[in-house]
Design a protein around this ligand. Structure first.
Ligand SMILES: NC(=O)N[C@@H](CC(=O)O)C(=O)O
Ligand SMILES: [Zn+2]
Ligand SMILES: [Zn+2]
Length: 377
């Protein structure tokens, strides 16, 4: 029965069909499904140890590859450490999964140009991550003065065609937290792209219309941005709805509704400059629900459902695959995945919590019902 219904909706199969208006209504009683080239996650925190063991399954289940963030304790600052970290991730990946972690180096004031050459030669490091010192979780060893300390390294990155991934926030305590991203664009990112126009830059987890405009103003193929589910679906009200909501706290912090709308318009426009990066950032529940709780939202189990929701609500499901699966590898100069994934429109309830021996992890939209469910083919 179900099969017949699915077949009757065949016209809706991605990518040829536009899933809008009356055609969508026609299929209301049936089961809509989309088949996509397998997505990659271009911004992911997998942590290490028992936390890595606990969470990697959720990413490996849906994504072909992921750019793995290096903000461990201590941070992953050398090629040798990144190679070892990559091996520990592969050991934790469930048997039978072909999930491929793409490793990154954590940039510091003392990273040498030779380290970039080594990283490129390793074949497993695909980018270098800039954390302004003090900007976010485990960023205390980050960069204090990008132009003063890191220019030779950045020049080597241009040589090696190694992208710079940027947590784009200033750390000046006198700047309002809601302006951290905008001020960073004006004082660091724009000057950087002017100084080194051939440096590939990914502005990670963008949160403002200023970031959208900046990325769109740069040369395509050299500056791009990742976008998270939370910055597409939530505005800053979600931090305070019914009381303080620590599980909606991430950095850069959620912004006003006008910014959320600008980001939705950008990603659903079909522009190649924007691609999927969940910034899934698990912290054990007690580290979120406490005074001075950690920034980071655990969205790996729900991310694909949420991106589909955003594109569906914008009437742009025909643009979803480019965002989830094509723009990222094209920017990084990597092949697109040959495997596929299916998204089925069927209600499912997000668990209230994932329990492990060391504690619990609360996912984004815990306990809520979502409409799209992902499964590999
Ligand atoms: N996004 C977050 O709020 N937290 C991330 C770090 C980061 O990406 O900035 C984390 O590692 O927990
Ligand atoms: Zn960040
Ligand atoms: Zn992150």
């Amino acid at each position: 029965m179900l099969k017949t219904l699915v077949l009757s909706c065949k016209a809706l199969k991605f990518p040829s069909a536009k899933i809008q208006g009356s055609r969508q209504l026609k299929c209301k009683a049936t089961r809509m499904e989309l088949t996509l080239v397998q997505p990659d996650d271009w911004h992911l925190h997998l942590r290490e140890g028992e936390l890595l063991q606990a969470v990697v399954y959720h990413s490996a289940n849906h994504f072909g590859r992921a750019i793995v963030m290096p903000n461990l304790k201590p941070p992953v600052t050398t090629t040798a450490a990144a190679v070892a970290y990559g091996e520990s991730i592969l050991k934790a990946v469930p048997a039978g999964s072909s999930f491929n972690p793409l490793m990154t180096l954590y940039l510091t004031d003392t990273t040498s140009p030779d380290e970039i050459k080594l990283a490129r030669r390793s074949g497993v490091i695909f980018a270098v991550k800039l954390y302004p010192a003090g900007a976010t979780t485990n960023s205390q060893d980050g960069v204090t003065d990008l132009f003063g300390k890191c220019l030779p390294v950045l020049e080597e990155m241009v040589e090696q065609n190694m992208p710079l991934l940027v947590h784009g926030e200033v750390t000046d305590p006198n700047v309002d937290v809601f302006d951290h991203e905008k001020v960073f664009i004006d004082t660091v990112l724009r000057p950087l792209t002017q100084k080194l126009p051939k440096l590939k830059v990914v502005m990670e987890h963008i949160t403002t219309m200023d970031a959208v405009r900046f990325v769109e103003s740069c040369e395509e193929g050299f500056v791009a941005a990742t976008v998270t589910p939370q910055h597409l679906l939530l505005n800053r009200n979600a931090l305070f709805q019914g009381g303080l909501q620590p599980h909606n706290y991430c950095l850069p912090v959620l912004k006003r509704e006008i910014h959320r709308q600008a980001i939705v318009s950008a990603v659903t426009s079909g522009s190649k400059r924007f691609f999927l990066g969940t910034d899934s950032a698990p912290h054990e529940k007690r580290r979120k629900e406490c005074p001075c709780g950690c920034a980071g939202i655990y969205n790996a189990p729900v991310a694909l459902s949420l991106y589909a929701k955003v594109f569906e609500e914008a009437g742009a499901l025909d643009k979803l695959e480019a965002f989830t699966s094509l723009n990222g590898p094209d920017f990084y100069g990597l092949p697109r995945n040959s495997s596929k994934i299916k998204l089925v429109k069927t209600s499912w309830k997000v668990p209230d919590s994932y329990s492990f021996s060391f504690g619990n992890i609360i996912p984004m939209f815990a306990g809520e019902t979502l409409e799209w469910q992902a499964s590999s083919l």
